[in-house]
Design a protein around this ligand. Structure first.
Ligand SMILES: O=P(O)(O)OC[C@H]1O[C@H](OP(=O)(O)OP(=O)(O)O)[C@H](O)[C@@H]1O
Ligand SMILES: O=c1cc[nH]c(=O)[nH]1
Length: 360
């Protein structure tokens, strides 16, 4: 890892250095399997012959089954990688599958995309914090609008996850992860018995789009980042980024923090879709990390995009900038509109405080 005055750089070679021979073989096997599926996509996209179309659909289903089995077998060997569809009972898997299908679909509109991302983070919160041992409960006492014959109240028991969430700091990989991080922080607030609002640490991390995946550079721009190193020490660092592709963005930030002497209590990464390569690199590079992902995809293309993926998550969440006029964090939040900013009011206040300071 190289450090300039304000820019921290990591390369694809640095990341590959973490992979074992077995990891590289797993990645290669999936590349080969997925290239078979891509042959059939070409027929699906262009053929007018019904028999050929039917045959290619059959082939794709069967290749996908083999890919799914192979990915599950790889993930079973890595307990740090938690995949919703592999850990939840089969009856719950359809929910994640349908949701991911909606997010992937080119026809899904911006508003619908936001709606499904919000739902995805509810499921991820469930995967990370509600599984496993029998949990103690917190009681919610809710006043309802019904006041005849008397004012009504309802009691709801929710899992007591305070100890898992009330030491957390929301670490944001700007910019695509900004809204998902607000959503995750609100989940924390809603489940915390004290209404804990996470502090935010904002990191401007960029992949160099002019480079290929095999030669990718990751740049952490400290001048456009907002965080207080001391406030991260001993904390549970939550990163919520919809896409975990090559793993380079997360590893760059975590290594920088480590170099600065920060010792987090834990590092947890919440993704909607992860690629096998990025997950393996992270699991190898960051000791003790936990990855929670709704879905695991098999491969990356030469531009470091996840296949089949869902495209550019940042663009689908934030819309595209006008050429040469890249919006800052405050402008992005303003563009989410009143519906979103009112829903995530506490989170917006925390982010503004982090960016603008107490007087902002
Ligand atoms: O696992 P990695 O290969 O590091 O990639 C993941 C990063 O890529 C995406 O951001 P993108 O580079 O599209 O920029 P954006 O945040 O500005 O949308 C995504 O939101 C992650 O931050
Ligand atoms: O497929 C990908 C990879 C990185 N970032 C995205 O938004 N999509």
């Amino acid at each position: 890892m190289e450090a300039g005055d304000s820019r921290i750089l990591l390369t694809a070679d640095d990341l590959d250095g973490y992979l074992s021979v077995e990891d590289k073989q797993d990645i290669k096997d999936l590349d080969e399997l997925y290239s078979q599926a891509m042959q059939d996509y070409k027929i699906l996209e262009s053929s007018a012959n019904q028999t050929r179309l039917d045959q290619s659909r059959e082939n794709i289903i069967s290749t996908y089954n083999r890919i799914g089995d192979r990915i599950q077998e790889i993930c079973d060997r890595h307990p740090q990688i938690n995949v919703y569809s592999f850990q939840l009972p089969p009856s719950s898997r359809g929910e994640a599958s349908r949701l991911i299908a909606k997010l992937r679909d080119v026809r899904t509109s911006h508003q619908e995309f936001l709606y499904y991302i919000q739902r995805a983070y509810e499921l991820l919160f469930n995967l990370a914090f509600h599984q496993g041992e029998t949990q103690s409960k917190n009681h919610l006492i809710v006043k309802t609008p019904v006041n005849d014959p008397v004012q009504n109240y309802a009691i709801h028991k929710i899992p007591d996850v305070d100890s898992k969430i009330e030491n957390s700091v929301m670490c944001v990989m700007l910019r695509g992860a900004l809204l998902p991080s607000m959503i995750m922080s609100k989940e924390v607030q809603e489940y915390s018995s004290t209404g804990y609002v996470t502090p935010f640490a904002l990191f401007r991390i960029q992949r160099d789009d002019s480079r290929k995946e095999s030669d990718m550079h990751y740049v952490l721009d400290l001048k456009s980042s907002f965080f207080d190193l001391e406030s991260l020490d001993g904390k549970d660092l939550f990163f919520a980024d919809p896409m975990n592709a090559t793993g380079g963005s997360l590893v760059t930030i975590v290594q920088y923090l480590k170099d600065q002497g920060v010792k987090p209590r834990s590092i947890q990464f919440f993704n909607v879709i992860s690629a096998v390569k990025g997950s393996l690199r992270i699991a190898r590079a960051i000791e003790g990390v936990k990855i929670y992902t709704l879905w695991m995809d098999p491969v990356l293309n030469s531009k470091a995009y996840i296949l089949p993926g869902l495209g550019d998550a940042g663009d689908r969440l934030n819309g595209q900038d006008i050429e040469g006029n890249s919006r800052n964090i405050i402008q992005l939040i303003a563009d989410y509109g009143a519906g979103i900013t009112n829903l995530y009011r506490s989170q917006v206040r925390e982010i503004e405080r982090t960016v603008l300071g107490e007087m902002g």
